[in-house]
Design a protein around this ligand. Structure first.
Ligand code: SF4
Length: 385
């Protein structure tokens, strides 16, 4: 039986403490709150799986928050629930986000035994001063210990998350972070720029004082350095902010960017199923109280259900697909929408081509290096009136 591919995202909304720049749905919690949440999540997995019988799970991503803050047995229970209730494909990619200071060797061994085959470690910077400014709980040394344990436990697919444009960061300190990380030979590196989000302590400190952050030129230099240093070590940039050794691209994220259906499980998690977008209840005390087997469970659990119009689907296809360095395929556009991409977007595509922002290889298009630099502008051009 041919199964539809499905990605699962499982949200663990707990962290040791809140970082100063973070606006994710996450925060500290008591042991009891975490226990109650895991029970509820396992219930949700079992109940929701009934709607996905024709699907095969191709990737699972345990994200947060800090999923590794849970006891290893809790992670095993969650994984058992997934394997017990969903059809999981044999070559599934299973990632867990782990933060330094929250993982022992024993925990990592239990992760492996429960089917997890990829670890994503949140380092952000190898400079202890920068880590402190971010409000991270770990030092670079703490990260090194975690990384060593991850390898010792036998993980052969490891991502390291990095962040540039930090307060006090210089081009030289960014280079030093990249050098240190490259010496460790991870398989994958995500390198995002800091975004100052409203409602965070960083917003108060830096929104009106951008002069305290690296300026735009320095930020751009950091991006060029990233690409060039990583390229020399055999990493390919396959998405605007993601680099991998060949064969280690994150399949889960590629799924998001290429329109594979995904089901979000847990607090506030977003889903995209059969053209509908929705997200779970995002208030922890309300989520925990939902009677998952109740007749009105879905109504309480799933919020803001919206059916995407064809126009919205085309927009997403373009601005998510163009995040990938290989760009978007004209024939795939036709297959999905029954329309020629150049009939729908011809004016925009020709304009962007004349501006040197995209490269055309008829009928396909991808961002140029310059287009990647100003990707926010380029991608916004694909909104249809
Ligand atoms: S560890 Fe990650 S999710 Fe948790 S507060 Fe810090 S940035 Fe946010």
């Amino acid at each position: 039986m041919e199964r539809r591919p499905l990605e699962l995202y499982i949200h663990i909304p707990f962290c040791v403490r809140k970082c100063a720049y973070c606006d994710f749905l996450s925060g500290p919690a008591t042991d009891l709150e975490m226990r109650v949440y895991v029970e509820q999540l396992v219930q949700e997995i079992s109940v929701q799986s009934a709607f996905y019988e024709g699907y095969g799970v191709t990737s699972i991503f345990l994200g947060g928050g800090t999923p590794s803050i849970l006891e290893a047995e809790d992670i095993s229970r969650i994984m058992e629930a997934v394997y017990g209730h969903f059809h999981v494909e044999k070559d599934v990619e299973v990632t867990i986000e782990a933060n330094p200071g929250t993982v022992s060797l024993e925990k990592l061994q239990i992760y492996r035994a429960s089917g997890i085959n990829r670890i994503s470690i949140g380092l952000q910077s190898a400079d202890d001063g920068e880590l402190k400014a971010l409000g991270r709980i770990h030092s670079y040394d703490g990260f090194l210990k975690t990384y060593e344990r991850v390898r010792q436990a036998g993980f052969t697919n490891v991502n390291i998350d990095l962040m540039s444009a930090l307060p006090g960061q210089t081009l030289e300190s960014w280079r030093s972070t990249l050098r240190k990380v490259l010496m460790l030979r991870p398989e994958h590196i995500s390198a995002y720029s800091l975004i100052i989000e409203e409602g965070t302590p960083f917003f108060k400190a830096y929104h009106d004082h951008p002069e305290l952050l690296p300026d735009e030129d320095t930020e751009r230099e950091m991006y060029y350095e990233t690409k060039s240093m990583l390229h020399k070590q055999g990493f390919e940039r396959y998405e605007i902010s993601n680099y991998a050794k060949p064969g280690y691209e994150c399949r889960h994220n590629i799924g998001y960017w290429t329109g594979i259906e995904y089901l979000g499980l847990g607090l506030g998690a977003s889903s995209y199923i059969q053209g509908f977008r929705f997200h779970n209840e995002s208030d922890l005390s309300l989520y925990d109280k939902i009677q998952m087997t109740g007749t009105d469970a879905d109504e309480k659990l799933h919020q803001e259900i919206t059916k995407l119009s064809d126009k919205e689907k085309m927009e997403e296809f373009m601005f998510l697909g163009l995040r990938m360095i290989k760009g978007v395929s004209g024939s795939e556009f036709f297959q999905r929408f029954g329309q020629n991409m150049w009939n729908v977007y011809g004016n925009v595509l020709n304009k962007l081509k004349d501006e040197g922002l995209i490269i055309v290889d008829m009928p396909d298009v991808r961002l140029s290096d310059y287009g990647i630099d100003v990707s926010n502008y380029v991608l916004s051009e694909f909104l249809l009136d």
